[in-house]
Design a protein around this ligand. Structure first.
Ligand code: MG
Length: 364
């Protein structure tokens, strides 16, 4: 006979589309309150080229009241933390040098971990990189054959000689640390060759890549930023899904994708699983706002968010409703991502959003 006891709990039906990889979260109050540390990308998030994002100054001023500390994280190794903080303050954005983490500092830290205090380093890069290497307690040498490590960062003064010296040092078994592998640098003349292109030149000559990459989406810059508040909850805010957000996912931290940089909501619909954020926001001010959680209906393949409802019908997503447009995008993204995962990801075959509400949203 069956032992008496509580009846078995009915198992909650999991919606066929629901996937743990494609979950936008909600925040009942100001988002930053849920985190101790906000890692902020700079270009496309805090400013765009040389113009501040209009909401950045007020958002940064509000963070202390939300018990959230900013860390400005940048792949750029050519400016010192002091210079970065000064230029932010010049845009009325509150910032101190000790709130900045540059990939130059991360390169120096990675080299220190490998070769120890007083180790010899050939620096190919800016004065800021040299300063970071010295501040870490390492010794700069000019002879590539005497270097136990190479610190390689971008500077417009890069010459064939500096690439050749890097090659000589690495061929002599020096530990090769680079600031980032960004293919291009954003400039007023459009994207121009970045660190990744310079590393490629040396890599072609050597037949081997770097031993250590500091910047996003690689993990060292996230680890060092998170170490500023050990055990704290961190969120990454970025505009590049393939860098800021992909790196945050690999680091196991939440992320906010903002639409002030390289990506529009329409592009966000087609993000690959590893590039999807935890939250969506028009701009940095999303850190100071609550975020409604997309709500799955367990019976049908339907997601509600705010005043909007998205329903998967055949190969199409029927969107209806009205209200805050971002909630409409949240519902659309969540359902598009889930649908793409179900079919196996194929960006060419994302479901199309249809209906009057979708047309209005997509036109906006
Ligand atoms: Mg950016």
């Amino acid at each position: 006979m069956r032992a008496s006891g509580p009846p078995p709990r009915p198992t909650r039906r999991t919606p066929t589309l629901r996937s743990p990889m494609t979950r936008l979260k909600g925040a009942p109050e100001a988002l930053a309150r849920a985190y101790d540390l906000a890692l902020l990308d700079l270009d496309g998030v805090v400013y765009l080229l040389h113009e501040p994002i209009p909401e950045a100054a007020a958002t940064l001023a509000a963070l202390p009241g939300l018990d959230c500390d900013p860390v400005f994280v940048t792949n750029n190794a050519s400016r010192s933390p002091e210079t970065v903080a000064e230029s932010l303050r010049g845009m009325d954005i509150p910032a101190e040098a000790d709130q900045v983490l540059t990939s130059a500092q991360v390169v120096a830290s990675g080299i220190l971990d490998r070769i120890g205090t007083g180790g010899t380093v050939l620096v190919t890069g800016s004065d800021a990189l040299r300063a970071a290497v010295e501040d870490a307690g390492l010794r700069i040498v000019d002879d590539p054959k005497a270097a136990a490590a190479v610190a390689f960062g971008y500077t417009p003064q890069t010459t064939w000689r500096s690439l050749a010296d890097t090659t000589i040092a690495v061929r002599n078994r020096a530990y090769w640390a680079v600031a980032n592998l960004d293919a291009t640098l954003p400039t007023p003349d459009g994207p121009l060759p970045g660190m990744g292109a310079l590393v490629g030149a040396v890599q072609t000559a050597l037949g081997q890549g770097p031993d250590f990459v500091a910047g996003k989406p690689e993990q060292p810059i996230y680890r060092l930023a998170m170490a500023r508040k050990p055990g704290g909850r961190a969120i990454m805010v970025g505009d590049r899904p393939d860098s800021d957000i992909a790196g945050a996912n690999r680091a196991g931290i939440d992320s906010l994708l903002v639409f002030t940089g390289v990506v529009t909501p329409r592009l966000a619909l087609r993000l690959k699983p590893e590039e999807r954020p935890t939250y969506l926001g028009w701009n940095l001010a999303a850190l100071t706002e609550p975020h409604p959680e997309p709500d799955w209906n367990d019976e049908v393949d339907r997601i509600g968010c705010g005043g909007w409802t998205a329903v998967l019908e055949g190969g199409e997503i029927l969107l209806s409703g009205s209200g805050d447009e971002l909630d409409g995008w949240r519902a659309l993204c969540e359902l598009s991502w889930a649908a793409a995962d179900m079919a196996g990801y194929d960006s060419a075959r994302s479901p199309v959003a249809v209906g009057e509400a979708a047309e209005k949203l997509l036109a906006g």
